[in-house]
Design a protein around this ligand. Structure first.
Ligand code: AMP
Length: 628
């Protein structure tokens, strides 16, 4: 079937389409209704059906692929690689589930998981799914206050953590942050289960609250815990994501819709069949980690590679070496990671046997054309940009090599994924924007399976955040987009990041593209800052590829690139060349902090900041003055 036909089928006959896709997973009780759309924008997929994520990810594969690798957990930090078959995964998940049960965790209880990218994080997630507990993985890079906010919203019965993670050869203790978060939280869980990796010998334990996993595991070795059959729409997990307010939103996912959407995406989008190997470089704390390090590949009967460490350590060939060793077919990473590699010798891309490697998918942020070209040419493989959000849990825009690979257009994440009826609409009139004209990307209800079902215990916030912007209960992505005549969508950045220069609306994203197209530039961030004359003006913070280039020359070149490509209206008023840009641990640029610093305001919440030195660099650059 061709892409257009496949997508049309999903929209014209959603119930037929999704009933067909639902056959890919095991149902203990088949769905009674494929779509219950009686109360939009809430919707129930596969209503009345009973299934279980852990059963689909693990037990179901034992007969056919018990000895196949399910999970390969590689840490370039500790130097340890763990190869885990489906049979071993089944054993470990059962042991973990038995431990949870012993600690009093049951169906519907929340379990907060605060761990680095190690196999036990996957065991813990699957163990929760097995017994019907709702996991909420909190990214290990979040500090104690963020963790406390999430704990107070989720009100967990248990917190599972590790003693520490490692990054760049440095031990990063997790447990002290847990202790601090629990001291701050209003509803701390009564128990903390600690996976002690032996990285932090001085780790403190709270008597009566903290429990070591190792002895518990010993005690439960060989235990089997029956799976809890859940109604398709019961919550499977919560994943907190930042909104415009300071309080994170608990994106709530269901069970059946989630499993079916992932099963479809694995073959249709990521082109992975049972027995093949997928390597996602994400952290388990992000939506990508949930969908494509844990549930997706395992539901598909594939092998998933989990990686703890940097892309450049012990050397910039580490990821490609992993691809060679395990015969990776599909890799999933982020544009930021590629830009990190872009600063290294390109020869690393050519050093390994990538004959099994087919696709590199990149997501999470805009993929600029120079970066896309660099990695495409360097690897000699197809690089596919895909666009989605924590809320959707799987791609909204992508190309689908498992169905039919449409041509890649640099700068665009492509075409609608199945089940998504997408529109680009004018934010003032609410009418469809013509091809080539900018608007807001929205999803027409019903949202397909896999997308969030609500905000945890806050239907009102779910409605107001996403459905309160336009009529007809359209879901607003809060992203600007343009659709071209071929139906390819280009994402121009968040609706909350636009700047207005002398009455002209400009996407900082568009200016960044122009700046980054200058050959000396590695990465650029553009923010709008207040200007007495023009309202706002764009300013540029950029890092250079080679440390030796002359900052003033490069800065002048960047201005020229912008004026050449976008016109004088977009000309940045200042350019600051810095050694590093401030980013979150997930690689998102902290534009708001940059903007605040440039406006001599408080940089705001810096708890997700990856490298404090980058912020100091920016402050110094601002004090020094523009390089152009
Ligand atoms: P998150 O929920 O943290 O993954 O962030 C989702 C947001 O990241 C989206 O609303 C977009 O603004 C941005 N995003 C994700 N993927 C892409 C992509 N492929 N191209 C452009 N922006 C993206």
């Amino acid at each position: 079937m061709r892409y257009e036909e496949f997508h049309r089928w999903s929209l014209e006959d959603p119930e037929g389409f999704w009933a067909e896709q639902a056959k890919a997973i095991h149902w203990h009780v088949p769905p009674q209704r494929i779509l219950d759309d009686d109360n939009p924008p809430f919707r129930k997929w596969f209503a009345g059906g009973e299934t279980n994520l852990c059963h689909n990810a693990v037990d179901r594969h034992l007969a056919e692929r018990g000895d196949q690798l399910a999970l390969v957990a590689i840490s370039s930090e500790t130097g340890v690689t763990r190869e885990i078959t489906y049979r071993e995964l089944h054993r470990e998940v059962n042991v973990f589930a038995a431990s949870l049960v012993e600690l009093g965790v049951g169906r519907g209880d929340r379990v907060v998981i605060y761990m680095p990218n190690i196999a036990e994080a996957v065991f813990a997630m699957l163990a929760c799914a097995r017994i019907g507990a709702i996991h909420s993985v909190v990214f290990g890079g979040f500090a104690a206050h963020n963790l406390a906010l999430r704990i107070d919203d989720a009100e967990p019965a248990l917190l599972v953590c590790a003693d520490a993670g490692m990054r760049g050869g440095k031990v990063i203790p997790y447990k002290p942050l847990v202790d601090a978060a629990l001291a701050e939280a209003a509803s701390p869980p009564p128990r903390v289960l600690v996976v002690d990796r032996g990285l932090d010998p001085g780790m403190a334990r709270v008597e009566g609250r903290d429990i070591d996993y190792a002895p518990l595991r010993e005690r439960h070795l060989g235990s089997e815990v029956p799976v809890a059959w859940l109604e398709s729409n019961e919550p499977s997990y919560l994943l907190y994501t930042s909104g415009t307010t300071g309080k994170p939103k608990g994106v709530q996912r269901d069970v059946g819709g989630h499993a079916v959407a992932l099963a479809l995406s694995m073959w249709a989008i990521y082109d992975i069949r049972p027995g093949q190997v997928m390597f996602s470089t994400s952290d388990v704390g992000w939506a990508v980690g949930h969908s494509y390090n844990v549930y997706g590949p395992l539901i598909a009967g594939a092998t998933s590679i989990l990686y703890e460490g940097l892309p450049t350590s012990p050397d910039p060939g580490v990821w490609w070496r992993i691809c060679e060793t395990y015969g990776v077919r599909t890799m999933f990473s982020s544009p930021t990671a590629v830009r990190v590699l872009k600063k290294q010798d390109e020869a690393w891309l050519k050093r390994y046997d990538l004959s099994k490697f087919q696709w590199l998918f990149l997501a999470g942020e805009p993929l600029d054309e120079p970066t896309a070209r660099w990695i495409t040419d360097g690897l000699g493989k197809t690089v596919i940009d895909n666009y989605w959000q924590t809320e959707t849990g799987w791609p909204v825009l992508c190309l689908m090599p498992g169905v039919e690979l449409k041509p890649v257009k640099f700068g665009s994440p492509g075409l609608p994924a199945p089940g998504y009826r997408l529109r680009v609409i004018n934010e003032v009139t609410g009418e469809d924007a013509p091809a080539g004209e900018k608007g807001v990307l929205v999803i027409e209800p019903p949202m397909p399976p896999g997308c969030l079902t609500t905000v945890w215990r806050n239907d009102a916030r779910f409605l107001a955040s996403y459905f309160g912007h336009f009529k007809d209960l359209l879901y607003s992505s809060l992203d600007w987009a343009i659709r071209d005549a071929d139906g390819y969508t280009f994402i121009l950045g968040r609706t909350d990041d636009v700047i207005n220069v002398a009455g002209h609306r400009l996407g900082t994203r568009e200016i960044e593209e122009a700046v980054a197209s200058h050959p000396a530039v590695a990465e650029a961030a553009v923010v709008g800052v207040q200007d007495d004359l023009k309202g706002q003006v764009p300013i540029v913070f950029a890092t250079l590829k080679a440390a030796g280039s002359d900052p003033a020359d490069a800065a002048t070149g960047m201005l020229r690139s912008v004026v050449d490509q976008l016109g004088a209206v977009a000309r940045p008023s200042r350019v600051y060349v810095v050694g590093a840009l401030p980013k979150t641990r997930s690689g998102k640029l902290l534009r708001r902090s940059l903007q605040a610093l440039a406006e001599a305001r408080d940089p705001g919440d810096l708890s997700t900041l990856d490298d404090p030195a980058a912020l100091d660099e920016v402050k110094r650059a601002l004090a020094r003055g523009s390089d152009a």
